[in-house]
Design a protein around this ligand. Structure first.
Ligand SMILES: [Zn+2]
Length: 506
């Protein structure tokens, strides 16, 4: 007889329904799985056989054929163990199962050799799929319960082992998932370790990071080695607003299919900070590969991508960052597939001003020739520089600054301004759009300049030799500065500050 069990899979981040057909008939003992499975699916035969035996289920000796449909789509993952096993157990009539459960629920989970269900990736996608297609629910491993609990509106049935699955299949009874969830931890916004308060001096950099957080702008820090670029970049996380629930689900979905969720971090509740090394490959940063995988730019979605020593990154990787920076998503086309991943991030980059790093320091410490300095900065391609809204120069702190005790702000106070500025933008655009994504039309509407400011802008264009793109970027930054000050109009002071982040253009 043929038993059909429903499951899900995904391609890129797009989930789709997979029907697992199990046919059991007499004949020479053979166990076949067909339908374009990857190696994990083939290995699952061993896990299923052993897992069933060790749970006390006798496996039929005869022909067992498993067919995964649609057959023409590549299916990835170990979570087909469970639907296949359910099909085999029901096909053998090992117990009296309810047909309506097979019809109305999806099954996902890996099976260990002792018959326990093991955490597997893609659960959030599976649960979303079940809801979208109007199924009653999904059966998932106990270890995936936290991600599973994110999806409301369907039954999320957790099972620790095959015996639990049998119980559900025969009775239809299950415990509400909430019972398995420990009280959610209080969301921590500011990591004590990473507070702007601890940083002495570098006021310009702190302010630039506040503007980045406020309007979603990209930043380049050019500075002497050891002036604190990395340490400052990390602290932007302490002033960004917390994630909305829909963003948590989106991120958890991404991390789930990337296999980056763990027992310790089953749900992504904090904005990500990703800092890939400059020796990383294009696939690692942008994404792609034989099976489409997420790159660092998508793991940084809704968070920050920090590129330290940006000039050292491979040229083609920097070129490939252009599309994600503009589109907030990346499409990857390879022989055989085309996928799209979201990647909306704030890019913070850093580099030295020259090869020896001392160009900005006083006292003739730099040993580079002027042509070497120019050559070093040229490594940053024009198209990338063009997409960076703010640029700042940083030097080491002098003795006075190191010993001084000038007033410093706590991250929690800076964060209040950031949140306020973002609320203003939400009202303005009636969406999640931030100032950094304003179009020309938006700028004409929301970034009007008064006569005095227009004169300042004219001079800036002449003196700094600004491109049209750079001109727009100044307006966007000025808009964010005005929003941080809760000012309806862009005042001269806002514009002047915005221009000050383009000075390195020269
Ligand atoms: Zn130098």
């Amino acid at each position: 007889m043929i038993v059909k069990v429903k499951s899900g899979s995904y391609f890129g981040i797009e989930p789709f329904l997979v029907e697992v057909e199990v046919d059991i008939s007499r004949g020479l003992p053979i166990f076949n799985i067909v339908g374009l499975g990857d190696t994990a699916i083939l290995e699952s035969k061993e896990r299923i056989k052993t897992g069933m035996r060790n749970s006390g289920y006798e496996m039929f000796i005869g022909r067992i054929t498993v067919n995964l449909t649609p057959a023409n789509v590549k299916k990835i993952g170990t979570h087909f163990d469970l639907p296949i096993t359910v099909g085999i157990m029901c096909g053998q009539r090992l117990f009296n199962y309810k047909d309506e459960i097979l019809e109305n629920y999806l099954f996902m989970g890996e099976i260990s050799l002792n018959g326990d269900l093991r955490r597997t990736q893609g659960i959030v996608n599976g649960a979303i799929l079940a809801r979208e297609l109007g199924y009653k629910g999904i059966v998932i491993p106990y270890d995936n319960r936290k991600e599973g609990s994110l999806i409301k509106g369907i039954d999320v049935v957790v099972a620790k082992n095959l015996k639990d699955v049998e119980k559900f299949l025969t009775t239809g009874e299950f415990e509400n998932i909430e019972k398995f969830i420990e009280k959610p931890e209080e969301k921590i916004f500011v990591d004590e370790e990473l507070d702007f308060y601890q940083v002495k001096g570098q006021e310009k950099a702190k302010r630039a990071l506040e503007i980045c957080a406020g309007g979603g702008h990209n930043l380049l820090m050019v500075g002497t080695p050891g002036c604190g670029k990395t340490m400052l970049a990390k602290r932007i996380m302490s002033i960004l607003p917390s994630l909305e629930e829909s963003e948590e689900i989106e991120l958890t979905k991404l991390y789930s299919i990337a296999g980056k969720l763990s027992e310790k971090e089953p749900i992504i509740t904090k904005r990500p900070f990703r800092a890939p090394h400059h020796t990383s490959s294009g696939v690692a940063i942008i994404g792609g590969g034989r099976n489409p995988t997420l790159g660092e730019i998508s793991l940084a979605n809704r968070g920050v991508l920090f590129l330290d020593e940006i000039v050292e990154f491979k040229k083609d990787i920097l070129e490939n960052l252009r599309e994600p920076l503009e589109e907030k998503k990346i499409s990857i086309t390879r022989a055989g597939y085309r996928v799209e991943f979201p990647c909306e991030f704030i890019m913070i980059s850093a580099c030295n001003p020259c090869k020896c790093g001392m160009y900005f320091e006083e006292g003739g410490l730099c040993s580079c020739t002027p042509s070497e300095v120019a050559k070093y900065m040229r490594k940053l391609s024009g198209p990338i520089l063009d997409r960076i809204d703010l640029k700042i120069e940083m030097t080491r702190l002098n003795e006075e600054e190191l010993l001084g005790d000038s007033p410093r702000e706590h991250s929690v106070d800076i964060r209040k301004r950031v949140i306020k500025a973002r609320e203003i933008q939400k009202k303005r655009f009636k969406s999640d759009k931030l100032n950094s994504s304003m179009t020309r039309t938006d700028l004409e509407k929301y970034a009007k300049l008064d006569e005095n400011s227009k004169i300042i802008m004219k001079n800036a264009i002449k003196n700094l030799n600004l491109s049209a793109r750079a001109f727009d970027r100044i307006l966007k930054v000025a808009r964010t500065i005005a929003d941080l000050a809760e000012s309806k109009n862009i005042e001269t002071e806002h514009l002047l500050e915005a221009i000050s982040y383009r000075i390195t253009e020269k």
